[in-house]
Design a protein around this ligand. Structure first.
Ligand code: CA
Ligand code: CA
Length: 130
């Protein structure tokens, strides 16, 4: 990169450097941030899919070696889960900041035959549908 007047810009250090792993269906199975390797929080991610190749889980933590083995036990620092109906609607969405039960947020939804959200619930508290 060059700045105006031909002055060379100083190279910027990388903030993140990612490597990825995929399955035979081209689903991303893991993401490793190699710049955080060996730190207290590595911010690697591991993903899970259902039989229709739909994302059902994303965990953040420290990947095992090899990464395809998943995250090291006890390293999970963030988690999201989706339970999907046959047409791909979220029946349940869970989100958690430390990866351990209980989840910080659980949202349950219902859907009409027209595929509209009819029953959103957040942490088991009903929210009036708009
Ligand atoms: Ca790592
Ligand atoms: Ca939790």
């Amino acid at each position: 990169m060059r700045e105006p007047y031909g002055k060379a810009a100083a190279p910027r250090p990388n903030r993140d450097r990612y490597q990825y792993g995929y399955d035979y269906s081209s689903n991303r199975l893991w993401r490793e941030n190699s710049l955080t390797h060996g730190t207290a929080k590595e911010f690697d991610e591991y993903y899970t899919y259902d039989g229709l190749d739909r994302l059902t889980n994303a965990d953040r933590g420290t990947l095992d070696d090899p990464p395809a083995e998943g995250l090291l036990a006890g390293s999970t620092s963030f988690r999201q889960d989706w339970a999907l109906d046959p047409v791909g609607n979220w029946d349940t969405f869970k989100w958690d900041s430390n990866g351990l039960e209980p989840c910080d947020a659980t949202q349950n939804r219902g859907h009409s035959k027209a595929n509209r959200v009819t029953l959103p619930h957040h942490n088991s508290k009903a929210i009036k549908a708009a």
